[in-house]
Structure formats: C-alpha cells, structure tokens
Design a protein around this ligand. Structure first.
Ligand code: PEP
Length: 255
C-alpha cells in the first residue's frame, strides 16, 4: 500500500452509465458509507451529471472529477467540447486523461493526451493520466516499453514538475471491463517501473506520486492489490456503479 505521504485514492469512473435518478441513489449510498474512510474518494460521473453530483456530495469527504476535457484552454468555438475551467467551475478537482477507451474508440493520440494533461493543469485540475498495454502488447513482451513510452510523451510535453500535481493510473487494457485482473505482482512490476521513471528525474516527486491501478478492481481483489508497495489506490469502472461494491473497495483502501 501507499507508503509515507501517499494517501490512497479510490476513483469511480462511471463512464457513460446512469441516469439522474440513478446517480442520486448511487451517490446517497456511497455518501452514507464513506464518512469514516481514511482513503480519498472521488466520483467521475458523465459531464451532464457533474453539477448535480457536486451538490449531492457537498459537505462530504467525496471529491468530484470528470472523465475527459478539451485540450483547448479557456473558451472558444469548439462545439461539443468541455473546457477544464468549466469543470472547476462546477466543483471538479480531478479529470481523467487518456483513458484507453478515449485512446482506442476515439483515436486520442499520445500527443493529444499530453495536451489534455497540460490543459487540465493550466485550468487548476489534477489530471489522472491513464496508461496501459493491450493484451497483444503484453503477449509480445512490450508492456514496459508501451507504458514507459506513454509516460515519456507527457514528461516531454509537461516536464517533471508537472507530476508533483498529477496522478497516474496503470490500466492494462486487457483488464478493463473484462473481469480479468492483473495479478498483484504483475501490477506492482509496472507501478514500480512508472515510479522509477519519475524517481530518475526527481525523487521527491516520485515519493509523493499516487499511482492507481485500474482493471476489474472489486471488493474481493482490492485488498491484495492495494497491499503492494507502489499501488496507491484504484481507478474503478464497473464496480463503482454499485454502492456496496465501491464502498468495499474504499474500505480496503482505508484499512
Ligand atoms: C476503467 O474504466 O478505468 C476501469 C478500470 O474499468 P473496470 O473497473 O470496469 O475494469
């Protein structure tokens, strides 16, 4: 588990799920259970529900985040886009950047992910940078190269100092939404690689950097994953849509 100054963070990525009424019920269930948790708890609902979720969690220890943002900073003629400043305006403090579904389904390149990372920070948000290999890449023994390459692009674009106010999520693509989970040892190996890359440039930033694991995390496997030295929390998709399951993960991170 996260050592030293790193407080575990459990982030729920609701993706394109839910309704207004369903979101309200989910938030009520989560809020009822998190008051005594020591882990950080973050909810990332779809854009249209951010304001409502922000109101429902007001006064609780739950933080609000978005699932994506525009790479453009400020405002402008970018139909359909949502700027980072609009996200902070409705109470977001985090934003997911470069989720594998954005990369594969919507064709986001490493360069665009780096722009979004920079835009997030320029607008006062903490980016959660997602990286991870496909099954094909893992089987071809390319995991380390792929993940290191994805981190390096953002390091080159934003600089090492940017990682003092960022989170990285290692999410093996083959484990997202599939029910397959990296073993704690497989995940730890990649988390250590990521922290090592940052440590080679700045030991203090590396020691404070939260590296989350994502990929079919649930109550039953959260404890063993979070027990690993360089796993500082979870980015949770499917299991974040059930208050009971999400709370079980938060509890594992709080023990
Ligand atoms: C995710 O979407 O980031 C994710 C990890 O999903 P799941 O937990 O469903 O695998």
């Amino acid at each position: 588990m996260a050592s030293g100054a790193r407080i575990p963070l459990i982030a729920g990525n609701w993706k394109m799920h839910g309704s207004l009424a369903g979101s309200r019920e989910l938030v009520a269930g989560i809020a009822a259970g998190v008051a005594d948790m020591t882990a950080g708890v973050l909810l990332c609902p779809p854009y249209v529900y951010l304001s409502s979720v922000g109101e429902w969690i007001a006064g609780s220890n739950i933080a609000l985040g978005a699932q994506d943002l525009a790479e453009q900073v400020g405002t402008g003629a970018y139909t359909g886009e949502v700027a980072g400043g609009m996200l902070t305006d409705v109470g977001c403090s985090y934003v997911i950047v470069g989720h594998s579904e954005r990369r594969t389904i919507f064709g986001e390149t490493d360069a665009r992910v780096a722009s979004k990372f920079k835009a997030a920070q320029a607008e006062g948000l903490t980016p959660i940078l997602c990286v991870g290999e496909t099954l094909e890449q893992r089987e071809a023994d390319q995991t380390q190269d792929v993940v290191a390459g994805q981190v390096q692009v953002v390091l080159d674009a934003a600089g090492i100092e940017a990682f003092a106010k960022a989170v990285i999520a290692y999410e093996p693509v083959w484990a997202i939404g599939t029910g397959l989970t990296a073993t704690p040892a497989q995940a730890q190996e990649v988390h250590a690689l990521i922290r090592g890359m940052i440590a080679a440039l700045d030991g203090t930033i590396a020691a404070g950097l939260s590296v989350l694991y994502g990929g079919s995390v649930k109550g039953a496997n959260a404890g063993e994953l979070l027990a690993m030295e360089d796993i500082d929390g979870g980015l949770v998709g499917g299991a974040s849509l059930s208050a009971d399951e999400f709370l079980a993960i938060c509890r594992a991170a709080s023990s």
